[in-house]
Design a protein around this ligand. Structure first.
Ligand code: NG1
Ligand code: ZN
Length: 545
């Protein structure tokens, strides 16, 4: 390691002294102007991680659904997964080292992690459409270059596309070609083959309005568009030509405000969906004939997909095990429906896709979705091999089902939740089953729910257990929540410190919207009082936004 060169180049990416950041559930995320040194240092760290794993490592510059002024960075591990936990700690140490200590901290990490510095390193980089992203990704490249790592800059990519590229490169192209063309070809081929099996092919199933959050999803869906135009016509809204990224639009806005994005004109019963700013989340929705808005979130997406998969497995007579993985934010009705009606085992993990992804790997077929629309389906290698074999061996209807499953495997991005891939799977399933958006929505009724945010002096005073459904500290808070929950029917509430914002999140559901709002407010007050709230106490919610 050329420590002199590192010191010299680091001086061009100086850390503001005293700034402390944490590698959270989605990497580093804060105001873009505070991130230059973090980017440079993550370039350095990606080289070390690449040397240690003898694999290609990804670096994605994005702040997903956060406001346009924010930015962020996360590293992608060899099989497209989130960075290993011990390296998250290294990332936090390196990002927070004061300027003069940074080279020493870097050396310490390479010793601790037993990195062979002679090993070659290769890093791939992607970025979203934020105005700050281009310069910040250049700082990543500076870091990679100082440590003499090789790199490929993909430029503008969705987050899941970067995960895909990393996965392809580390499986010698077996998963697919590590190019945008390879990505589009793989997905569109599977989509086309799958939809070909449809009995229904009327126009009514073939067009979809997509709110692209004024982000990268618009550019990348445009690139995909001509590959799939025979089967599906997509109308892109909030495509970044006018509005601001994630402002009054995108999956996060629609999910949390439970209303349509700006710029989306919806006719009754028309199927619409929203991506988030880096296109790894998707939610669907429609207006009914009375003009009421209906949200179809990640839970209902997981339900549609797992019921389809179960039917195909039944058809081929194969007992591969399916599991659905959710977080505490999953609507209580979805969990009940999956367990009691569909008889599918459901598991709850902590928030953050890495936890869901990890759990989903335990099954032959692991379906995981966060309520906010981030998720995918993982097939174990053994299940994939078995299905491919059956697609050759079986006959007639059974063979057709096995072939469809084979297409589904190719259509899901196995490296990460992916709005484009999920959208294609959903559209194919709706077409194949001849389902309208209302019929899909009618699978079960969501329990009314409310999410709120509470500002506290230090959100880490709240610690939790039982997949974040129970508070451990501060003392008395869980008891207070229990007492409040008892006052409402069909109710449930929990609180946890956010991993991406400096706030505590409160979630409540109950038998009516009024009760969910009232419970959420009461729990917010308890958090404010018992966990060191700052500013004004939470106000009662008529409309929290
Ligand atoms: P935090 O801020 O830790 O709640 C949010 C989402 C997560 C996940 C991450 C990463 C909710 C309630 N939380 O995390 O599910 O998507 O962002 O983007 O939706
Ligand atoms: Zn995202």
């Amino acid at each position: 390691m050329d420590l002199d060169a590192i010191t010299k180049y680091s001086a061009l990416h100086v850390k503001p002294s005293g700034l402390v950041l944490q590698y959270g559930t989605a990497g580093f995320r804060t105001k873009a102007e505070h991130l230059d040194h973090v980017m440079f240092r993550m370039g350095l760290l990606a080289v070390l991680r690449s040397k240690q794993t003898k694999s290609t490592i990804g670096v994605m510059v994005t702040a997903s659904h956060n406001p346009e002024e924010d930015n962020g960075v996360k590293l992608v591990d060899p099989l497209g997964e989130m960075l290993a936990p011990s390296w998250e700690e290294h990332a936090t140490c390196l990002a927070n080292a004061e300027e003069q200590d940074m080279p020493r901290v870097l050396m310490d990490i390479s010793v601790k992690a037993a990195v062979n510095l002679q090993q070659d390193a290769f890093v791939v980089i992607g970025r979203d459409t934020r105005p700050s992203s281009e310069k910040l990704s250049q700082s990543v490249i500076d870091g990679v270059t100082v440590l003499e790592g090789q790199f490929h800059d993909y430029g503008l990519l969705t987050t899941p596309q970067l995960h895909y590229m990393v996965y392809c490169r580390n499986t010698s192209g077996q998963y697919g070609k590590a190019t945008i063309e390879g990505y589009c070809q793989k997905l569109s081929k599977a989509f086309t083959e799958l939809t070909k099996q449809a009995f229904y092919s009327g126009d009514e199933y073939r067009s979809l309005k997509v709110d692209c959050a004024n982000g990268i999803g618009a550019l990348k869906l445009r690139e995909m568009e001509h590959y799939i135009s025979q089967e599906l016509s997509v109308q892109l809204l909030n495509d970044g030509t006018k509005g601001k990224l994630n402002h009054l639009c995108g999956a996060d806005f629609v999910k949390s405000h439970q209303k349509p994005p700006q710029g989306m004109e919806m006719k009754p019963n028309e199927r619409c969906c929203s991506f988030d700013g880096d296109a790894d989340r998707i939610v669907y929705y429609y207006l009914d004939v009375d003009g009421h808005f209906h949200l179809i979130d990640g839970d209902k997406i997981a339900t549609l997909i797992s019921s389809f998969l179960k039917e195909l497995l039944l058809e081929i007579g194969e007992s591969l095990n399916i599991g659905v993985v959710q977080t505490a934010y999953a609507n209580g009705s979805s969990t009940r429906y999956l367990e009691e009606v569909m008889k599918v085992p459901v598991y709850c993990t902590k928030t953050g896709v890495k936890h869901l992804h990890h759990k989903a790997q335990e099954f032959d077929i692991g379906v995981y979705f966060e309520a906010n629309g981030h998720g995918t389906v993982l097939f174990s290698k053994a299940a994939e091999i078995r299905i491919k074999q059956l697609a050759k061996e079986l006959e007639d209807k059974k063979r057709k089902a096995a072939k469809m499953l084979e297409n589904v495997i190719d259509l899901f991005n196995q490296a990460a939740g992916d709005a484009i891939s999920d959208m294609l799977v959903i559209e194919a399933i709706l077409t194949l089953k001849g389902l309208t958006v209302q019929q899909w929505d009618a699978l079960y009724m969501d329990l009314p729910n409310r999410q709120l945010k509470v500002k506290v002096a230090d959100r880490q005073v709240i610690s939790t257990t039982d997949a974040e459904r129970q508070v451990v500290t501060p003392p008395g808070l869980q008891e207070a929540i229990n007492d409040l929950v008892k006052k409402y029917k069909l109710s449930r509430a929990f609180v946890r410190p956010s991993g991406t914002e400096d706030i505590v999140r409160v979630y409540a559901e109950a038998d009516s919207q009024e009760n969910a709002d009232s419970l959420a407010h009461a729990v917010s007050l308890a958090v404010f009082q018992l966990a060191g709230g700052v500013g004004e106490p939470p106000q009662a919610v008529s409309c929290p936004y």
